[in-house]
Design a protein around this ligand. Structure first.
Ligand code: PXL
Length: 252
Protein backbone atom coordinates (compact mmCIF):
# COMPACT_ATOMS: atom_id res chain seq x y z
CA UNK A 1 0.00 0.00 0.00
CA UNK A 2 1.33 3.43 -0.92
CA UNK A 3 1.50 6.12 1.75
CA UNK A 4 -0.44 9.32 0.98
CA UNK A 5 1.80 11.98 -0.58
CA UNK A 6 1.90 15.44 1.00
CA UNK A 7 3.63 18.56 -0.31
CA UNK A 8 5.12 21.45 1.64
CA UNK A 9 5.87 24.76 -0.05
CA UNK A 10 7.99 26.52 2.57
CA UNK A 11 11.33 27.91 3.64
CA UNK A 12 14.33 26.11 5.03
CA UNK A 13 15.35 26.79 8.66
CA UNK A 14 18.98 25.77 9.16
CA UNK A 15 18.29 24.91 12.82
CA UNK A 16 15.85 22.19 11.76
CA UNK A 17 13.20 23.42 14.17
CA UNK A 18 10.79 25.04 11.74
CA UNK A 19 10.10 25.24 8.01
CA UNK A 20 10.70 22.42 5.58
CA UNK A 21 12.75 20.24 7.94
CA UNK A 22 9.99 20.32 10.55
CA UNK A 23 7.35 19.66 7.89
CA UNK A 24 9.13 16.62 6.44
CA UNK A 25 9.78 15.09 9.86
CA UNK A 26 6.13 15.67 10.74
CA UNK A 27 4.88 14.17 7.47
CA UNK A 28 6.96 11.06 8.19
CA UNK A 29 5.70 10.87 11.79
CA UNK A 30 2.14 11.14 10.48
CA UNK A 31 2.57 8.18 8.12
CA UNK A 32 2.81 10.08 4.85
CA UNK A 33 5.47 10.61 2.20
CA UNK A 34 6.66 14.22 2.13
CA UNK A 35 7.58 16.20 -0.97
CA UNK A 36 8.75 19.81 -1.07
CA UNK A 37 9.14 23.03 -2.98
CA UNK A 38 11.67 25.35 -1.31
CA UNK A 39 10.58 28.99 -1.27
CA UNK A 40 13.56 30.45 0.59
CA UNK A 41 16.68 29.51 2.50
CA UNK A 42 17.19 31.06 5.93
CA UNK A 43 20.37 31.12 8.01
CA UNK A 44 18.90 30.62 11.42
CA UNK A 45 19.39 29.13 14.85
CA UNK A 46 17.38 28.85 18.06
CA UNK A 47 18.16 32.48 18.90
CA UNK A 48 17.29 34.32 15.70
CA UNK A 49 17.28 34.63 11.91
CA UNK A 50 20.55 35.87 10.48
CA UNK A 51 19.79 35.81 6.73
CA UNK A 52 16.88 35.17 4.35
CA UNK A 53 17.41 34.35 0.68
CA UNK A 54 14.25 33.77 -1.37
CA UNK A 55 14.20 31.46 -4.40
CA UNK A 56 12.92 32.88 -7.68
CA UNK A 57 9.20 32.36 -8.26
CA UNK A 58 10.20 30.50 -11.46
CA UNK A 59 12.24 27.98 -9.44
CA UNK A 60 9.31 27.47 -7.07
CA UNK A 61 7.06 26.84 -10.10
CA UNK A 62 9.59 24.39 -11.57
CA UNK A 63 9.70 22.41 -8.34
CA UNK A 64 5.89 22.31 -8.31
CA UNK A 65 5.73 21.19 -11.96
CA UNK A 66 8.32 18.48 -11.40
CA UNK A 67 6.53 16.83 -8.54
CA UNK A 68 2.90 17.52 -9.49
CA UNK A 69 3.51 16.02 -12.96
CA UNK A 70 4.66 12.79 -11.39
CA UNK A 71 3.54 12.13 -7.82
CA UNK A 72 -0.07 11.71 -6.57
CA UNK A 73 -0.08 14.66 -4.16
CA UNK A 74 -3.11 14.35 -1.86
CA UNK A 75 -2.63 17.45 0.30
CA UNK A 76 -0.47 20.57 0.35
CA UNK A 77 0.67 23.00 3.01
CA UNK A 78 2.25 26.39 2.53
CA UNK A 79 4.57 27.90 5.12
CA UNK A 80 6.96 30.80 4.57
CA UNK A 81 6.41 32.16 1.05
CA UNK A 82 8.76 35.14 1.46
CA UNK A 83 7.40 37.65 -1.08
CA UNK A 84 4.66 38.76 -3.46
CA UNK A 85 5.86 36.91 -6.52
CA UNK A 86 6.05 33.54 -4.74
CA UNK A 87 2.63 34.00 -3.08
CA UNK A 88 1.04 34.88 -6.40
CA UNK A 89 2.73 31.98 -8.21
CA UNK A 90 1.43 29.56 -5.57
CA UNK A 91 -1.96 31.31 -5.86
CA UNK A 92 -2.03 30.54 -9.59
CA UNK A 93 -1.47 26.83 -8.95
CA UNK A 94 -4.19 26.88 -6.29
CA UNK A 95 -6.63 28.72 -8.57
CA UNK A 96 -5.96 26.14 -11.29
CA UNK A 97 -7.00 23.39 -8.86
CA UNK A 98 -3.50 21.89 -8.74
CA UNK A 99 -3.08 22.06 -4.94
CA UNK A 100 -5.61 19.66 -3.34
CA UNK A 101 -6.55 19.90 0.35
CA UNK A 102 -4.61 23.14 0.71
CA UNK A 103 -3.52 24.21 4.20
CA UNK A 104 -2.24 27.81 4.26
CA UNK A 105 -0.10 28.88 7.21
CA UNK A 106 0.35 32.59 6.42
CA UNK A 107 3.81 32.98 7.94
CA UNK A 108 4.77 36.62 8.48
CA UNK A 109 7.21 36.69 11.42
CA UNK A 110 9.47 34.01 12.93
CA UNK A 111 9.02 32.98 16.55
CA UNK A 112 12.11 35.08 17.29
CA UNK A 113 10.45 38.17 15.79
CA UNK A 114 12.24 38.34 12.41
CA UNK A 115 10.13 39.15 9.36
CA UNK A 116 9.89 36.19 6.97
CA UNK A 117 7.62 38.00 4.49
CA UNK A 118 8.38 41.18 2.53
CA UNK A 119 6.63 44.21 3.99
CA UNK A 120 3.34 44.84 2.25
CA UNK A 121 3.04 41.32 0.81
CA UNK A 122 0.36 40.28 3.33
CA UNK A 123 -2.46 41.48 1.08
CA UNK A 124 -1.64 38.78 -1.49
CA UNK A 125 -2.51 36.14 1.09
CA UNK A 126 -6.14 37.22 0.93
CA UNK A 127 -6.32 35.77 -2.59
CA UNK A 128 -4.50 32.52 -1.70
CA UNK A 129 -6.70 31.99 1.38
CA UNK A 130 -9.78 31.78 -0.84
CA UNK A 131 -8.42 28.49 -2.16
CA UNK A 132 -7.54 27.04 1.23
CA UNK A 133 -9.26 24.13 2.88
CA UNK A 134 -7.74 25.08 6.23
CA UNK A 135 -5.95 28.34 7.16
CA UNK A 136 -3.79 28.45 10.31
CA UNK A 137 -2.71 32.02 11.15
CA UNK A 138 -1.68 32.81 14.70
CA UNK A 139 -3.46 35.64 16.48
CA UNK A 140 -1.01 38.25 15.26
CA UNK A 141 -1.05 37.08 11.64
CA UNK A 142 -4.86 36.97 11.65
CA UNK A 143 -4.97 40.58 12.84
CA UNK A 144 -2.44 41.67 10.21
CA UNK A 145 -4.52 40.02 7.48
CA UNK A 146 -7.63 41.82 8.74
CA UNK A 147 -5.76 45.12 8.72
CA UNK A 148 -4.39 44.83 5.17
CA UNK A 149 -7.73 43.60 3.85
CA UNK A 150 -9.69 46.34 5.64
CA UNK A 151 -11.63 43.53 7.28
CA UNK A 152 -13.48 44.73 10.35
CA UNK A 153 -13.49 41.42 12.21
CA UNK A 154 -12.00 37.95 12.38
CA UNK A 155 -15.36 36.67 11.11
CA UNK A 156 -14.80 38.68 7.94
CA UNK A 157 -11.41 36.98 7.54
CA UNK A 158 -13.09 33.64 8.16
CA UNK A 159 -15.55 34.33 5.36
CA UNK A 160 -12.72 35.02 2.92
CA UNK A 161 -11.09 31.68 3.70
CA UNK A 162 -12.35 28.87 1.54
CA UNK A 163 -12.92 26.39 4.34
CA UNK A 164 -11.81 26.35 7.96
CA UNK A 165 -10.00 29.16 9.72
CA UNK A 166 -7.97 28.11 12.78
CA UNK A 167 -6.52 30.96 14.81
CA UNK A 168 -3.75 29.47 16.89
CA UNK A 169 -2.59 30.75 20.27
CA UNK A 170 -5.71 32.85 20.78
CA UNK A 171 -4.79 32.77 24.43
CA UNK A 172 -2.70 30.25 26.35
CA UNK A 173 -3.03 26.93 24.60
CA UNK A 174 -6.42 27.80 23.12
CA UNK A 175 -7.19 27.85 19.40
CA UNK A 176 -10.37 29.15 17.81
CA UNK A 177 -11.94 27.63 14.72
CA UNK A 178 -14.30 29.52 12.40
CA UNK A 179 -16.38 27.61 9.87
CA UNK A 180 -19.75 28.22 8.27
CA UNK A 181 -20.40 31.31 10.39
CA UNK A 182 -19.69 29.61 13.73
CA UNK A 183 -16.79 29.72 16.18
CA UNK A 184 -15.62 26.62 18.04
CA UNK A 185 -13.08 26.84 20.81
CA UNK A 186 -10.36 24.22 20.94
CA UNK A 187 -9.00 24.00 24.46
CA UNK A 188 -5.38 23.11 25.05
CA UNK A 189 -3.14 22.44 28.00
CA UNK A 190 -0.38 24.84 28.85
CA UNK A 191 3.15 23.42 28.82
CA UNK A 192 5.99 25.24 30.58
CA UNK A 193 8.88 25.20 28.08
CA UNK A 194 11.18 27.40 26.02
CA UNK A 195 11.08 24.85 23.20
CA UNK A 196 8.29 26.06 20.94
CA UNK A 197 10.27 26.84 17.79
CA UNK A 198 8.31 25.71 14.75
CA UNK A 199 5.15 24.56 16.53
CA UNK A 200 3.02 26.48 13.99
CA UNK A 201 4.79 24.72 11.11
CA UNK A 202 4.32 21.33 12.75
CA UNK A 203 0.64 22.00 13.39
CA UNK A 204 -0.16 22.98 9.80
CA UNK A 205 1.96 20.09 8.47
CA UNK A 206 0.06 17.48 10.47
CA UNK A 207 -3.28 19.01 9.46
CA UNK A 208 -2.22 18.51 5.82
CA UNK A 209 -1.02 14.96 6.53
CA UNK A 210 -4.35 14.15 8.21
CA UNK A 211 -6.29 15.53 5.23
CA UNK A 212 -4.13 13.39 2.94
CA UNK A 213 -5.25 10.36 4.98
CA UNK A 214 -8.84 11.31 4.12
CA UNK A 215 -9.70 12.63 7.59
CA UNK A 216 -12.38 15.34 7.62
CA UNK A 217 -11.12 18.90 8.30
CA UNK A 218 -12.46 19.34 11.85
CA UNK A 219 -11.10 16.00 13.00
CA UNK A 220 -7.83 16.72 11.15
CA UNK A 221 -7.49 19.96 13.14
CA UNK A 222 -8.39 18.43 16.52
CA UNK A 223 -6.01 15.50 16.01
CA UNK A 224 -3.25 17.89 14.89
CA UNK A 225 -3.50 19.87 18.11
CA UNK A 226 -3.17 16.67 20.12
CA UNK A 227 -0.23 15.57 17.95
CA UNK A 228 1.64 18.85 18.58
CA UNK A 229 0.80 18.81 22.29
CA UNK A 230 2.53 15.47 22.88
CA UNK A 231 5.57 16.52 20.86
CA UNK A 232 5.97 19.67 22.97
CA UNK A 233 5.61 17.58 26.14
CA UNK A 234 8.31 15.16 24.93
CA UNK A 235 10.86 17.92 24.23
CA UNK A 236 9.87 20.29 27.05
CA UNK A 237 13.14 19.72 28.93
CA UNK A 238 15.47 19.51 25.94
CA UNK A 239 18.35 21.97 26.06
CA UNK A 240 19.36 22.43 22.42
CA UNK A 241 20.78 25.88 21.62
CA UNK A 242 20.52 29.07 23.60
CA UNK A 243 17.04 30.15 22.48
CA UNK A 244 13.76 28.45 21.58
CA UNK A 245 14.61 24.86 20.75
CA UNK A 246 12.75 22.45 18.48
CA UNK A 247 9.98 20.06 19.42
CA UNK A 248 10.29 16.28 19.18
CA UNK A 249 8.78 15.85 15.72
CA UNK A 250 9.18 12.09 15.72
CA UNK A 251 8.33 11.71 19.43
CA UNK A 252 10.91 8.97 20.17
O1 PXL B 1 7.37 29.29 12.33
C1 PXL B 1 7.38 30.01 11.17
C2 PXL B 1 8.52 29.70 10.26
C3 PXL B 1 8.26 29.23 9.02
N1 PXL B 1 9.24 28.96 8.12
C4 PXL B 1 10.53 29.13 8.43
C5 PXL B 1 10.84 29.59 9.68
C6 PXL B 1 9.82 29.88 10.64
C7 PXL B 1 10.15 30.35 11.98
O2 PXL B 1 11.25 30.49 12.39
O3 PXL B 1 12.12 29.74 9.98
C8 PXL B 1 11.58 28.83 7.43
Amino acid sequence: MNPPVVLTIAGSDSSGGAGIAADLATFAAAGTHGTLAVSAVTAQNTVGVQEVYPMSAELVAQQLDSLLNDLPVAAVKTGMLANRSIISTVGEYAAAGKLPNLVVDPVVVSSTGHRLLDTGAEALYLELLQHSQVATPNRREAQLLCDVGALYSLEALGKICGGWLVITGESTGIDRIFHDGTWTQLAGREIETANDHGTGCTFSAVVAANLAHGIEPLEAIVKAKEFVHWRIVRSANWDLGQGSGPVAHLLD
